[in-house]
Design a binder for this molecule. Structure first.
Ligand code: ADP
Ligand code: ADP
Length: 221
């Protein structure tokens, strides 16, 4: 069963063809790396999966929903089933780690009890139980990214998308972050990660596709 399917997808920005006639299937439970040079279209590919960009042509299907046809509440519900991790973490500086992680659950109307029930194991999984009351500015880059991951996974989404999650981190921290994604994948999540870090990709035994000149190439690692 596919979690993600792109069928003959082309994405053109005003003066820029980003992706050209792409086909891709990602099965439920898969772990996929998307590699490619900066500007090759990796972010664009992920953005189409959560409806941030629409394909110019072709069909993007996520968890059996045609993303381009989803509006308003339906799109919100689909997005709740996707955990998104960004290169620059996108944390709220004036909120603690715990608050950053639970802000989404509060917005979604979870009860206080349910929020606390989820917070503890999530912080434990990313190794931040003792940092719950710290502010982002008090954390290292690797720790901040682990907050970003905790926020993305606290509602246990079946699909996790990460756009250059290790782009601002040194090799040790990058490796730790990848290990967290691999653990989530082992628990059953489908994981798609973009990266231009070829070394990191080679250290793992996961499927890799490369975006090159708007096309998708399958890579043998
Ligand atoms: P990557 O994530 O691989 O760095 P992107 O998907 O961000 O690549 O960008 C692919 C191409 O599309 C680049 O040439 C980029 O400049 C262009 N692009 C990205 N977003 C926009 C936008 N909103 N408007 C116009 N061009 C864009
Ligand atoms: P698998 O994909 O079967 O789970 P492993 O987790 O054992 O494989 O590791 C995949 C690759 O990453 C192997 O080449 C392994 O040597 C390397 N690797 C695993 N853990 C580390 C680590 N902590 N430091 C450096 N390399 C590692």
């Amino acid at each position: 069963v596919n979690m993600v399917q792109l069928h003959n997808v082309t994405k053109a920005y005003v003066n820029q063809l980003a992706l050209s006639d792409i086909n891709l299937e990602v099965k439920k439970g898969e772990f996929l790396f998307v590699t490619g040079a900066s500007g090759s279209g990796k972010s664009t590919l992920l953005k189409m999966l959560y409806g941030e960009e629409l394909p110019t042509q072709g069909e993007v299907t996520v968890d059996e929903c045609n993303v381009a046809q989803m509006r308003g509440d339906a799109l919100s519900l689909l997005r709740r089933r996707i955990g998104i991790v960004f290169q620059d973490y996108k944390l709220i500086q004036q909120r603690t780690v715990a608050e950053n992680v639970t802000v989404v659950l509060e917005a979604q109307g979870y009860t206080r009890k349910e929020i606390l029930r989820r917070l503890e194991p999530t912080l434990k999984l990313v190794g931040l139980r003792d940092k719950a009351n710290c502010f982002p500015g008090q954390l290292s880059g690797g720790e901040q990214q682990r907050v970003g991951i905790a926020r993305a996974i606290v509602s246990t989404p079946p699909l996790i998308l990460a756009d250059e999650p290790t782009g601002n981190l040194d090799p040790d921290n990058s490796w730790q972050i990848i290990q967290i994604f691999r653990k989530l994948n082992a628990f059953g999540a489908t994981v798609i990660i973009t990266t231009h870090d070829e070394q990191l990709v080679r250290r793992c035994n996961h499927r890799v596709v490369q975006v090159c000149n708007g096309k998708l190439l399958t890579k043998n690692i």
